[in-house]
Design a protein around this ligand. Structure first.
Ligand SMILES: Cc1ncc(COP(=O)(O)O)c(C=O)c1O
Length: 404
């Protein structure tokens, strides 16, 4: 029986049926996920951590963290853990002790939204600058905020073009600027040079501030000491995802905003807390899962996870180039950028693709065996005579676009 037939029989899609075989539906979900895991190497969720200890113990209660995490009032079930997570992330980024407001979000997008809202409160007329390699959510958030966005060129490896940013800032020198840098772009894991962004902003007549979207690379770069939010860095806010490097089994993230932007929020009688967050009810289970990832691994454990993942990425580049197919990576990256493989490879392997460029990501949990199997399939496909002909628009028509 196919997976779809099992789901159908069990009544997964029609909740009005009298009998639904819940166990069969859940088993099928797990077995589908297990089956696709072996060939899913294109998306950045780490898959090496086991969170059953948390999920098994917490599954029978509601875990809702309403309100500001520094509150003592109201009710917030895992607030103690959320505070610990925010403090740990702030420590890794060297945020000064007296200026480290933040909270556990639903993911990178909400973190970017919370940070951009705070930035707009300080600079309501600011133009928001982001690069052509920024995550698609940034452009969307600019629209949600009703702000004016400015798209800045990126180079072919995904890094912001600083000369273009300087020119764009100069053209709008009367207006404050909110510059969104990226630490780990979605397609190539490029990292914008935040010192250069800070210097350009410092020289900008209209003033402004710097936000860093560090969904993927924020934690690993912080562990290397390569990303800091201390006073010298000149970064006002940062958003990281929790389900990427920190490997939680539910989407989540952490946002940190410097400069006490939250002090403007009001106290809500009904919740008994100050309303500083984008959503009201927030997932206390996510905070517990993040806390668990950090408690189990510690700083050193996470550093080793990053080191091992980068080694595997370097190995993947070597192996792919060895069969005559183009691949490269940034030196800090888990992401291996490859010339888009032929369709039969893409049909089997879950990669992320934008036209002639694809990537695989050696997140913790991806194994050398998986990379070897991928390279074997790629080698077989490219050795076929049609594989190396130049791409045509028809080839591109069936390519999926990166949407994670
Ligand atoms: C650079 C970057 N920013 C933001 C996001 C959005 O994060 P989330 O999906 O956690 O909202 C992603 C997701 O891949 C990303 O790569």
């Amino acid at each position: 029986m196919t997976a779809a037939e099992v789901m159908d029989l069990a009544g997964a899609a029609d909740l009005s049926q009298d009998h639904i075989d819940i166990a069969a539906v859940l088993d099928q979900l797990v077995s589908d996920a297990d089956a696709s895991a072996a060939t899913t190497i294109g998306y950045p969720g780490a898959v090496d951590l086991d969170h059953r200890e948390v999920v098994d113990r917490l599954a029978r209660r509601l875990w809702n963290n309403i309100g500001d995490i520094s509150d003592d009032g109201g009710f917030a079930h895992t607030r103690v853990l959320e505070r610990a997570v925010v403090a740990w992330v702030a420590d890794q980024l060297a945020v000064p002790d007296d200026d480290r407001w933040g909270y556990v979000t639903t993911g990178g997008t909400e973190g970017n939204l919370a940070a951009l809202c705070a930035a707009r409160r300080r600079y309501p007329t600011a133009r928001i600058y982001y690069s052509g390699s920024s995550h698609y959510s940034i452009r969307k958030l600019v629209g949600i905020l009703g702000a004016q966005g400015v798209s800045v060129r990126a180079d072919e490896r995904g890094e912001m073009d600083y000369d273009d940013l300087a020119a764009q800032l100069h053209r709008r020198k009367r207006w404050p600027a909110i510059v969104v840098g990226t630490a780990g772009t979605t397609l190539t894991e490029a990292v914008d040079d935040t010192d250069r962004l800070r210097d350009l902003l410092t020289a900008h007549a209209g003033g402004g501030l710097l936000h860093v979207d560090a969904a993927l690379s924020g934690i690993p770069l912080a562990l290397d000491g390569r990303l800091r939010l201390d006073d010298a860095a000149g970064i006002s806010s940062i958003a990281v995802s929790g389900h990427k490097f920190l490997g939680t089994p539910v989407p989540c993230g952490v946002v940190l905003v410097r400069g006490s932007a939250h002090s403007l929020a009001s106290r809500i009688a009904y919740t008994g807390t100050v309303d500083t967050t984008i959503s009201g009810s927030r997932c206390g289970l996510a905070a517990a899962l993040l806390w668990h990832s950090i408690a189990v691994q510690g700083r050193e454990g996470h550093r080793w996870r990053a080191v091992r993942a980068r080694h595997l990425a370097a190995y993947a580049v070597e192996q792919i180039n060895a069969i005559g197919w183009h691949a490269w990576r940034h030196d800090h990256a888990f992401t291996v950028v490859v010339q888009t493989p032929p369709a039969d490879v893409r049909n089997k392997w879950v990669l992320a693709t934008e036209s002639s460029v694809s990537h695989l990501i050696c997140m913790p949990g991806i194994t050398r065996k998986q990379i070897d199997a991928f390279v074997t399939d790629l080698a077989a496909a490219v050795s076929r005579p049609t594989a190396l002909r130049p791409r045509t628009p028809a080839d591109d028509a069936d390519l999926t676009t990166t949407t994670h």
